[in-house]
Design a protein around this ligand. Structure first.
Ligand code: AMP
Ligand code: ZN
Length: 471
């Protein structure tokens, strides 16, 4: 029996699909304006494991997995204007979203993620969104004000159930936009007028000015179009619980008059990098592309399977600290296992009981991996191969090439900025004749596996420091 933790009930519950002949899952997908970062990769990998497990339990033909593409967003508009200033905006947007979508598919395939059953785009569901907005207005759940359509939160008795906050807490915590035309500060936008230069569509509800959808309505409309009014599992990162998923529930339930939108709400914990929140401004922003690609970043060619394994070592609901050391360890383990599996056939028994049991317990992948280690130690090669393949691993050494230099280069790329900063500090210390400090920094770098070489530039006589990573 599969048990899943449900954010809605805050409990682990036995999973019973509404229709075992068609188990339906919706996961909020990427906003396509830039390379996916490794935080974005987490829900893709986590829900890929769930998808594989459901296919195993109910049969591949009886699971529908929808992951949308968000292609209407301010960040996309900004990127389009920046990259293609001379093109009409619509064309520029199309170029940005098509390129990003391709990159996303390439990167997620490298991580061993199966393609979802469908990947609907927001721009292809504008009519469905407008129809839903008109229904919400007719049913008294939404109202028109100053060319906007707003969802009226007070009209829904149990709004806030998913995130478990009171309205007061939400107002305090969510930095909601207070607009004079809102009846209540918590009311959220379903449709708004487009500003000059923004993409626009003819508006619903008799509004003359052309407009664009708010953020949340797209997922309600796409989920209905591809899965129906109610379905089994809705997933995404924990950051989406409020307001995105709370508002999806409000829209769908009020439009369809249903007691639920999805039965089970699943959320992956957040990923941070080397102990810090990942952010462009902190310089620790890691994209999947730069980890896996050999061509652009001086050979940081980590195999996607190592990234997948490193991720699955942490339970999906826990926060995950992404480190290059953890990635390297994951790679080492797979390299060893795949070597031992060479020439060894799968066993007849399918995926082994203890591995499956771990996954059935709310996708306990760290427990499943502990079971893999046991199979390895016991030399149960067939069962190890079965279980690895079940989890989306190739068991093929040729696909996860491990050379000291490749891994070393990845490390080098990863820490290059930090190393350069330390070298600068060391040179400054030497200039100030603080040799103790200079030696201390050299020692610190050596502990990181970085060897410095000082040489005088023969022309200028200036000291030049180069460095390499020994592994
Ligand atoms: P976005 O493209 O920002 O809409 O995010 C796509 C998906 O990635 C959503 O399910 C987010 O919740 C998830 N996500 C974004 N950042 C992180 C992170 N640092 N850790 C885990 N999940 C994330
Ligand atoms: Zn969504």
């Amino acid at each position: 029996m599969l048990k899943l933790y449900n954010t809605l009930s805050r409990k682990k519950e036995p999973f019973r699909p509404l229709d075992a002949g068609n188990v339906r899952v919706y996961v909020c997908g990427p906003t396509v304006y830039d390379f996916a970062h490794i935080g974005n990769a987490r829900p893709v990998i986590v829900f890929d494991v769930l998808y594989r497990l459901l296919r195993h339990l109910y049969g591949p033909k009886h699971v529908t997995y929808v992951r949308n593409i968000t292609d209407v967003d301010d960040k996309i508009n900004a990127r389009a204007a920046e990259e293609h200033p001379n093109l009409p905006l619509n064309e520029a947007i199309r170029l940005v979203t098509e390129k990003t979508e391709k990159q996303f598919h390439h990167d997620m395939a490298a991580l061993g993620a199966l393609e979802p059953s469908s990947e609907p785009r927001a721009t292809e569901h504008i009519a469905a969104m407008k129809a839903m907005i008109e229904t919400l207005v007719k049913r008294g759940s939404a109202y028109v004000a100053e060319d906007h359509v707003l969802f009226q939160v007070a009209a829904m008795a149990d709004y806030g159930k998913l995130s478990g906050r009171s309205l007061d807490e939400m107002i305090a915590g969510a930095r909601v936009e207070v607009a004079p035309f809102k009846k209540d500060p918590m009311d959220f936008v379903l449709w708004k007028p487009s500003k000059p230069g923004e993409p626009s569509w003819p508006s619903p509800c008799g509004i003359a000015a052309p407009g664009r959808p708010g953020w949340h309505i797209e997922c309600s409309a796409m989920a209905e179009a591809h899965l129906g009014q109610t379905f089994d599992i809705h997933g995404g990162g924990i950051d989406l619980v409020f307001p995105h998923h709370e508002n999806e529930i409000a829209q769908s339930r009020c439009a369809f008059g249903t007691p639920i939108m999805a039965q089970v709400w699943m959320h992956n914990g957040f990923l941070q990098v080397e102990g810090e929140k990942m952010a462009k401004s902190l310089g620790n922003f890691v994209t999947v592309h730069e980890l896996i690609d050999t061509s652009n970043f001086g050979g940081s060619d980590w195999p996607g399977e190592a990234i997948r394994f490193a991720m699955l070592k942490t339970h999906y609901r826990q926060p995950l600290d992404w480190t290059v050391v953890g990635l390297d360890e994951a790679h080492k383990t797979l390299w060893e296992w795949y070597g031992d599996l060479e020439g060894k056939a799968p066993s007849d028994g399918g995926v082994s009981g203890p591995v499956l049991d771990a996954l059935l317990d709310d996708l306990n992948t760290p427990k499943a991996i502990a079971e893999l280690h046991k199979l390895h130690s016991a030399g149960h090669w067939g069962a190890l191969r079965n279980a690895l393949e079940f989890l989306g691993f190739s068991c093929d050494r040729a696909r996860i090439g491990r050379t000291a230099s490749a891994a070393g280069k990845a490390q080098l790329r990863f820490n290059a900025e930090a190393v350069d900063e330390r070298i600068e500090a060391r040179n400054a210390a030497r200039k100030a004749k603080n040799f103790a400090e200079a030696d201390r920094i050299r020692g610190e770098l050596e502990a990181m596996g970085v060897t410095l070489k000082d040489a005088k530039d023969p022309k200028t006589g200036e000291l030049v420091t180069t460095w390499e990573v020994a592994r």
